[in-house]
Unconditional design. Structure first.
Length: 451
C-alpha cells in the first residue's frame, strides 16, 4: 500500500535532488542525453542480452509510469531497441494494477508488467500466469545486484520471476547539514552512538527527532517503516521474512523488542519535538520542516528518499549543500545496516526470445544510465557509475543500496491488507497516543491477521 501511495512522491523527490546542490547543473526533466561512452555501453549490454536476430519483433510493457516517468522509462529502454531492432511498446496507466488483473483474466496481458508489489507477482505466479526467469537472467541478477533482490523476486514455488529496475530506499535519516556542523555534532554509526547523541541534543535544549505520522486514511504508516527497519537490524533477513509471512506471530517477543526500541524514542518528549501528541497530529510531510527552522526545532527525520520533496522551498533549491543524510544506524553489529526498499519488478507473461532479451537488458547497469542522469530514479546495480547521478544525495542513496549487506521489501506492503494497511497502522496510532500499551497493540494486530 505504501509503495502505491508514495511511488510518485519518490520520483518528485529524486527530481528535486537531482536539481539541487552547489554548482551542479540542473538536468532537464525532458531527459538528458547519455554520453557517447555510456550510450555505447548501453548498446553493448542490449546486444549481449539478445540471442539471435530479433529485428522487427515487439515487446509490450505495462506499468504505472505516466507522463515524465513514462518518457524517462522509454528513454531508458531505447538503447535496447537501437541495438536489437526490437520495438518496446510501453503503456502507462495510473490504474495499472486493477486493469492488469482484468487483462490477465481475459487472456491478453502485456508481455511484461512492472508490478509495484511482491504480492502481485506471487499471486500471478501461483495462478500459473507468469514464466520463471531463465538461467542466463538469473546469472545476470547474481552479477549485478546485491543480496536480497533475487529473494524479493521469488514466488512461493521457489522460482524467480521478478527483475527490479527503478527502486526506492527507506531508513534514511535527514538533517540540516549547516546547523548540525555548527553544533559540532558527528553522524552516529551505531545505535549506541545514536542514543548518546540524542541525549546530548536533549541536554543542549533541542530534541533529536522530527516525527509526524498523520496521513489521512493512511495515518500511522511512517511508524510501520520504523518498526520494519528496526526488525531488519535486530532479527536479520530470516527473522524479518518469518515475521512478514506470519511464520512467527505479530506478538512475538522479537517484535515487541523492536516496538519498544521505537517507543523508547517516540515516547520521550526530550527526544521528539512536541512529544507523542505532536507525532500523531502532525502530517508526515510537515514534520521535517522543523529541522530547517533557524535555529532548528529538532534535528533528524527518518524517511524514504522521497521526503525531500516536502522540505522548505529554499532547502529544495540547494539540497546538496543544506541537507545531510545517513543510514539509520546498526543495532546488532553482525547485521550491519540492511536496506528497506520498494520498487517495480518486471515479470514475464510471455515466453519469447525478445521478451527474455528485454528482461536481461533490465538487469544490466546500462538500463539505468539515461534515467539516473535525468533524475527521478534510483537503480540497484552494483556496477553502475554513481557519477551518473548529479546530486550528492542521490549518490549517497545509491551507495547505500549497493553496499547494504542485504535488502528486503517494505514489510507491511507484503502483509494481508487487513494488517499491512489496516490494523498495523491503526493499532500503532493508539500505542503512540497512549491509549494502549505494547502488549495490547501487538495482540490486537495478531488477532486481526486473516485466518
Amino acid at each position: 500500500m505504501k509503495q502505491r501511495l508514495f511511488a510518485g512522491l519518490s520520483v518528485a523527490a529524486l527530481v528535486l535532488a537531482a536539481c539541487g546542490g552547489g554548482s551542479t547543473a540542473a538536468p532537464s526533466t525532458g531527459g538528458t542525453a547519455a554520453s557517447p561512452a555510456a550510450s555505447a555501453a548501453a548498446a553493448s549490454a542490449a546486444a549481449s542480452a539478445a540471442s539471435g536476430d530479433l529485428k522487427g519483433k515487439t515487446v509490450t510493457v505495462g506499468g504505472a509510469f505516466v507522463d515524465t516517468e513514462a518518457t524517462a522509462f522509454e528513454a531508458a529502454v531505447k538503447p535496447f531497441e537501437d541495438a536489437t531492432g526490437v520495438t518496446v511498446t510501453y503503456n502507462g496507466d495510473k490504474s495499472f494494477e486493477q486493469n492488469l488483473n482484468v487483462q490477465v483474466q481475459a487472456g491478453n496481458p502485456p508481455d511484461v508488467a512492472l508490478l509495484p508489489q511482491p504480492g502481485g507477482m506471487k499471486n500471478y505466479a501461483k495462478q500459473g500466469k507468469l514464466f520463471p526467469l531463465p538461467a542466463d537472467i538469473l546469472a545476470s541478477i547474481d552479477a549485478n545486484y546485491g543480496e536480497g533482490w533475487k529473494a524479493i523476486g521469488t514466488a512461493e514455488d521457489g522460482k524467480v520471476y521478478g527483475v527490479f529496475h527503478r527502486v526506492n530506499l527507506k531508513g534514511l535519516v535527514f538533517y540540516p547539514k549547516v546547523a548540525f556542523a555548527a553544533k559540532g555534532y558527528s553522524v552516529p554509526t551505531t545505535w549506541d552512538e545514536l542514543k548518546t547523541l540524542e541525549a546530548k541534543m536533549a541536554a543542549d535544549g533541542t530534541p533529536a527527532w522530527c516525527i509526524g505520522i498523520e496521513s489521512g486514511a493512511a495515518t500511522g504508516w511512517p511508524a510501520t517503516d520504523w518498526i520494519e527497519e528496526i526488525m531488519l537490524r535486530t532479527v536479520g533477513k530470516d527473522g524479518y521474512d518469518k515475521w512478514v509471512s506470519h511464520a512467527i506471530p505479530f506478538n512475538d517477543p522479537t517484535v515487541k523488542t523492536a516496538v519498544q526500541d521505537m517507543m523508547d524514542i517516540w515516547g520521550n518528549k526530550a527526544d521528539v519535538f512536541g512529544g507523542p501528541a505532536y507525532i500523531v497530529q502532525t502530517n508526515f510531510g510537515e514534520a521535517p520542516k522543523a529541522a530547517f527552522d533557524s535555529p532548528p526545532k529538532c534535528w533528524f527525520t527518518n524517511q524514504g528518499n522521497f521526503i525531500t520533496s516536502f522540505f522548505p522551498d529554499a532547502i529544495k533549491a540547494d539540497l546538496d549543500n543544506q541537507v545531510g543524510v545517513f543510514n539509520l544506524p546498526s543495532i546488532d553489529p553482525q547485521l550491519g545496516t540492511p536496506a528497506e526498499v520498494g520498487g517495480d519488478q518486471a515479470v514475464a507473461f510471455a515466453d519469447r526470445p525478445e521478451v527474455w532479451a528485454f528482461l536481461k537488458y533490465l538487469t544490466t547497469p546500462a538500463a539505468g544510465v539515461s534515467w539516473s542522469k535525468t533524475g527521478g530514479a534510483l537503480f540497484p546495480y552494483k556496477g553502475q557509475d554513481i557519477n551518473n547521478y548529479s546530486s550528492k544525495l542521490d549518490q549517497a542513496f545509491v551507495t547505500t543500496l549497493t553496499t547494504a549487506p542485504f535488502v528486503r521489501f517494505d514489510g507491511s506492503d507484503q502483509m494481508p491488507a487487513a494488517v499491512g494497511s489496516g490494523s498495523f497502522w491503526s493499532e500503532i496510532v493508539k500505542l503512540v497516543n497512549g491509549a494502549q500499551n505494547i502488549d495490547t497493540t501487538l495482540n490486537n494486530i495478531e488477532a486481526s491477521w486473516p485466518k
